[in-house]
Design a protein around this ligand. Structure first.
Ligand code: FAD
Length: 378
């Protein structure tokens, strides 16, 4: 079976591994020369994402490239603790969340894909005409792993929704830790007056942060500097302290959201990862990894040489993933709403969260973090 994967990010590289594991001949085309392209600060993998990484044979490499983050603490704007939970897992689960640079995750996955015999062509952007030429040229399957702005999605369905601004932008950076008292291995989220401020202690003693700023209209993110952030977070003393110690920033990104994509596959075309469902809420990479495994499992189960087998496998893939990614998208919307709450809702959140959140979090997220992705052939 000959497969062309468009996009060599998390979804594309993971698909290449999973498809090689079922014996497909895989070529990945990635627009950028570098593993991260222009995108990327740090990403977190929750227990479900790490279980997928383990199935793909990359767990030791991914753990080595990042660091363990067992705990998550929430804080009010004024610095009042709002609760502590095990980050992205049940307390008893030993799949402790890992945070790493997106580029390092992509590099680890690509290395395994290449080791298994996948071909990765960097600096190669495939447009709609290329995709149609692949299908006309006898490629058995085109996998659209080309992210939220997916061109493959438009080939599949010209009426598919397009991304719209998600009322938030983010800037990430690294600060000197001296005197900041940030516990290593704890992910901190401050619910700020405008959005959220995330920060965590890295093993080298630095503090990684991400400022997620809410705003009704898209800002000129390239013009946003540290002084602007210091002004935006002036009511959050902890954020100001960390921002003042900044050593470098990773550039700013506007957040976009995508309405539910009605079709994730055609006869020989399928979408994975953000191309199908950019979920956010710290689950984008984890969901992309799960997609890659599920796709390969369905193709393997159908025995792709048989007449109509690819179509049946893609039907099965979409049926299996739909309920989960739709539920995740709703979860992400709620997550965004908490970060962009208005003053009255913010006050209610600050009262209710410390009582309710630590008690319900584990039960409410067991469907997400406890997911078992199944296996792939060795
Ligand atoms: C600031 C930020 C923070 C994030 N934090 C988290 C987090 O904490 N946890 C988490 O799980 N996720 C996080 N995410 C999301 C996460 O990075 C993605 O959701 C996840 O990696 C899914 O990846 P993907 O491969 O589907 O898409 P992408 O990562 O967007 O990759 C798509 C790839 O396709 C390539 N491409 C696009 N078009 C073409 C084309 N025509 N031809 C060839 N190549 C093409 C692009 O260059 C890119 O490399 C974050 C994202 C951002 C921007």
């Amino acid at each position: 079976m000959r497969v062309v994967v468009v996009g060599g990010g998390v979804a594309g590289a993971a698909s290449a591994i999973a498809l090689r594991r079922i014996g497909a001949e895989v070529t990945v085309h990635e627009a950028h020369e570098e593993p991260a392209g222009p995108v990327g600060s740090f990403v977190s993998l929750a227990a479900n994402g790490l279980r997928a990484v383990a199935v793909l044979g990359c767990l030791p490499r991914v753990r080595e490239a990042g660091f363990a983050v067992p705990w998550q603490r929430m804080w009010s704007s004024a610095g009042r603790p709002l609760g502590e939970v095990a980050r992205g897992r049940a307390r008893a689960d030993d799949m402790v969340s890992v945070t790493l640079m997106r580029a390092d995750l992509v590099a680890a996955l690509r290395a395994e894909a290449v080791r298994l015999g996948a071909r990765i062509v960097t600096g190669s952007r495939l447009d709609a005409a290329h995709v149609r030429a692949c299908l006309d040229g006898g490629v058995d399957l085109v996998v659209g792993a080309d992210g939220i702005w997916s061109g493959v999605r438009e080939v599949l369905d010209p009426l598919a929704p397009r991304p719209v601004y998600g009322a938030m932008f983010s800037v990430s950076g690294v600060s000197r830790a001296d005197g900041l008292r940030v516990d290593a291995g704890t992910f901190n989220m401050i619910f700020a007056r405008r959005g959220a401020f995330l920060h965590l202690g890295a093993p080298d003693g630095s503090v990684w942060w991400s400022a997620q700023v809410s705003g009704p209209r898209p800002a000129d993110v390239h013009a946003v500097g540290l002084d602007d952030l210091l002004d935006i977070y002036r009511t959050e003393p902890r954020a100001v302290e960390i921002l003042r110690a900044t050593r470098r920033t990773h550039g700013a990104t506007l957040h976009h959201v995508l309405a539910r994509v009605p079709r994730h596959h055609g006869d020989r075309l399928v979408l994975v990862g953000d191309a199908a469902h950019p979920v956010g809420a710290g689950q984008g990479a984890s969901m992309a990894l799960e997609d890659a495994i599920a796709l390969a499992q369905h193709l393997h189960a159908e025995g792709v040489q048989a007449e109509g087998a690819v179509g049946r496998a893609l039907d099965g893939y979409e049926r299996q993933r739909r309920a989960r990614v739709d539920k995740m998208a709703k979860e992400a919307t709620r997550n965004r709403e908490v970060k962009t709450a208005r003053p009255i809702a913010r006050r209610m959140r600050n009262v209710i969260m410390p009582i309710v959140f630590p008690r319900v979090y584990e039960g409410a997220t067991s469907w997400l973090h406890g997911h078992d992705p199944g296996a792939l052939p060795a």
